[in-house]
Design a protein around this ligand. Structure first.
Ligand code: HEM
Length: 202
């Protein structure tokens, strides 16, 4: 049992778990010999899922204060965010390969469903670039403010998803839990009896 816990704590083991969906979707593509459509969809979904989990970590930690596992998750926020970005890059790479024409890619940009995808990816790139200890210390309070772009990225992903697909249900099923957690967090911070206004997680 101790060995299992130690293995799960090892950064490499956690990163391997995060890589599993990519391994599955790419093997499926390689073995089935079908098109890249499934990889495009699955990579988009995993990018969105991991972004949601990254954002959900702080409210979960607040709700389950005193428990060990939310802290375990909290310490892996950076890996989760990086994995979300890498899945989004895979998603973009598949889209580019499928379109295989810069004019078509630029033409697509006039549509809101594509524009929101690009906006989300740009914000996720910025968040990935600033997610290191050096910038955390040198940017100070600005680092925390810039991190809030993750919420804008999540909103852009939600709009990208519902505008891209005819059925809103999968996007709603993914984002409603995050909205509820964030609503609780806002209530806890600002509206609960005895709440004080302040910056950053408790
Ligand atoms: C870089 C710009 C982006 C482009 C050009 C793009 C392109 C696309 C396209 C063409 C689809 C339709 C797939 C299909 O129905 O076959 C799609 C769906 C989707 N995209 Fe993106 N996307 C971008 C960024 C993102 C980002 C950053 C995320 C998440 C973090 C994301 C998440 C999704 C999701 C969840 C879907 C629905 C997948 C499904 O069918 O279940 N996309 N995207």
């Amino acid at each position: 049992m101790d060995g299992l816990i130690r293995a799960a704590n090892a950064p490499l083991a956690f990163r391997l778990v995060l890589a599993l969906p990519a391994i599955v979707m790419l093997s499926r593509f390689a073995l089935s010999g079908g098109g890249l459509g499934h990889v495009l969809q699955a990579s988009g979904e995993w990018a969105a899922r991991l972004l949601i989990v990254t954002l959900a970590v702080t409210p979960i930690r607040m709700i389950f204060k005193g428990h060990h596992w939310p802290m375990w998750l909290f310490k892996r926020r950076r890996d989760l965010g990086l994995a979300a970005f890498l899945y989004a890059l895979l998603h973009l790479a598949v889209y580019v390969v499928r379109q295989s024409n810069i004019h078509v890619i630029l033409y697509d940009l006039q549509y809101k469903e594509y524009l929101t995808g690009w906006l989300a990816l740009t914000l996720m790139l910025m968040l990935t670039l600033i997610s290191n200890d050096r910038l955390l210390h040198s940017l100070g309070l600005w680092w925390k403010r810039l991190q809030r772009a993750a919420y804008l990225a999540a909103l852009a992903v939600f709009l990208h998803w519902i505008w891209m697909k005819l059925d809103d249900t999968p996007a709603l099923a993914h984002f409603i839990p995050l909205v509820l957690l964030e609503a609780w967090r806002l209530w806890y911070r600002f509206a609960r009896p005895g709440a004080q206004r302040r910056e950053g997680p408790p």
